[in-house]
Ligand binder design. Structure first.
Ligand SMILES: Nc1ncnc2c1ncn2[C@@H]1O[C@H](COP(=O)(O)OP(=O)(O)OP(=O)(O)O)[C@@H](O)[C@H]1O
Length: 254
């Protein structure tokens, strides 16, 4: 269970970047965070990941406040948080399997990590994670030669192998074509059966289809929290009147 309680972040000049954000996400939920550019989506995710400490409020992961723990404890807690990024964050010169194994570095002792001393059991589990994202045949392929969709599958397998208690996805489909984006959403959604999943998205049509709930931010505040299917009026409220103009734009006649 993830509980975000009244988090705020204010710039020295007084501008509120995050303003009293509160929500909880249980196992079984796949929450999509939407909002126009600058609404505070990334900052919120950074607070959930322990990368940024809010000025006020708390972020409880399985009952423990990640905003108030020691640096050492935070490092351990962050091993319980899987993250999938827009830019994949993979080591391109390593194989897909090695990249998945890297997901557990930090959980095994440092000396073993340094020499990549993974056991056969760990390698088997990493291969299973690649099977779960349907690319076991690419286990021995260098990541640098994979397509974007394949790289994102490796990143998801790495998060699965990490066995986290929370999965965060930072614009995981923004670099992908619509077909690959669907594949990735279909792979992420069932992971919510084992842990809360929270993602930042720019595609309301995708969150409507694959998320169980949507939270919309505007100017650092939550303006919507509920059913992932949003009406046109709600979308205009989130993204602004420009959206209406785009929707009504006549196609150019050639
Ligand atoms: N370190 C910082 N110092 C000052 N302002 C910041 C800092 N980080 C973010 N901001 C501001 O906070 C606001 C929210 O930023 P955030 O990155 O969360 O937006 P976002 O909703 O993720 O936008 P986008 O969709 O464009 O990525 C923005 O106006 C941004 O300029």
């Amino acid at each position: 269970m993830l509980e975000v309680r009244h988090i705020s972040k204010t710039l020295p000049g007084g501008r509120k970047l995050l303003d009293d954000i509160s929500f909880s996400v249980r196992k079984g939920e796949f929450v999509g965070i939407l909002g126009a550019s600058g609404a505070g989506k990334t900052l919120t995710l950074r607070c959930l990941n322990g990368l940024m400490t809010p000025d006020a409020g708390s972020v409880l992961l399985e009952g423990e406040d990640i905003c108030r723990v020691s640096k050492r404890r935070l490092r351990l807690l962050r091993q319980r948080i899987g993250v999938v990024f827009q830019g994949y964050h993979l080591v391109k010169r390593l194989t897909a399997l090695d990249n998945v194994l890297v997901g557990r570095l930090g959980r095994i002792n440092t000396l073993r990590s340094l020499v990549y001393g993974f056991t056969d059991k760990e390698a088997d589990a990493a291969l299973q994670a690649l099977e779960q994202v349907k690319i076991p045949q690419l286990a021995g392929t260098r990541v640098g030669s994979l397509s974007g969709g394949e790289m994102q599958r490796v990143a998801i397998a790495r998060a699965i192998f990490q066995e986290p208690g929370l999965l965060l996805a930072d614009e995981p489909i923004s670099n992908l074509d619509p077909s690959n984006a669907k594949v990735i959403m279909k792979l992420i959604r069932p992971l919510a059966e084992n842990m809360p999943v929270v993602g930042v998205f720019h595609q309301p049509e995708m969150t409507a289809r694959y998320c169980t709930r949507v939270i919309a931010l505007k100017e650092g505040r939550i303006i919507y929290d509920g059913d992932p299917k949003l009406s046109q009026e709600q979308l205009v409220d989130i993204y602004g009147e420009e959206l209406r103009q785009i929707e009504h734009h006549e196609p150019t006649r050639l």
